[in-house]
Design a binder for this molecule. Structure first.
Ligand SMILES: [Zn+2]
Length: 162
């Protein structure tokens, strides 16, 4: 097989006193996401999808929240490390698609900036990076604005020479 698919999911709690960063883009909001790193749920879901496609485990294995090295880490930097891992194994991303689930703030105005940031970090074109946004229709923890969740899938293709 020269193609592999992976999926990823992440959710972080919304709290005051933290920045809101999604897809490497800082979004103005009175709440931000809580986590050991910058808590960029979208970028984390994408990393898990990439690792999952090659059955390499999850980001908790590579960047454990118990390790002070990753405190406040820029998730885009972690994403480039995961991408390098994939490239080193002779694979590359064909495309990825993702969904951010947030009741507030409005995510749509920031989608193109996220696609730009993510595609640059992954050495892809923005056309290969899908980011969509939806609400949870006010239902459940995301609907009550207790957190923001993200889902991602990615298709990896084996390099022809390896
Ligand atoms: Zn996370």
């Amino acid at each position: 097989m020269n193609v592999r698919i992976g999926n990823g999911y992440d959710i972080h709690k919304l709290v005051s006193g933290r920045p809101l960063i999604l897809g490497g883009v800082k979004i103005e909001h009175e709440l931000g996401l809580l986590g050991h790193s910058d808590a960029d749920a979208l970028t984390h879901a994408i990393m898990d999808a990439m690792l999952g496609a090659l059955s390499l485990g999850d980001i908790g294995h590579y960047f454990p929240p118990t390790d002070p090295q990753w405190k406040g880490a820029d998730s885009i930097e972690l994403l480039t490390q995961v991408n390098q891992l994939i490239l080193d194994q002779g694979w590359h991303i064909s495309n990825l698609d993702s969904v951010v689930v947030a009741e507030r703030p409005k995510i749509k105005p920031h989608i193109n900036a996220m696609r730009d940031r993510l595609s640059k970090a992954l050495q892809l074109s923005p056309q290969q990076v899908g980011v969509k946004a939806t609400t949870n229709e006010k239902m459940g923890p995301v609907g009550r604005e207790e957190g923001i969740a993200a889902y991602a899938v990615t298709l990896l293709v084996k390099d022809p020479q390896s």
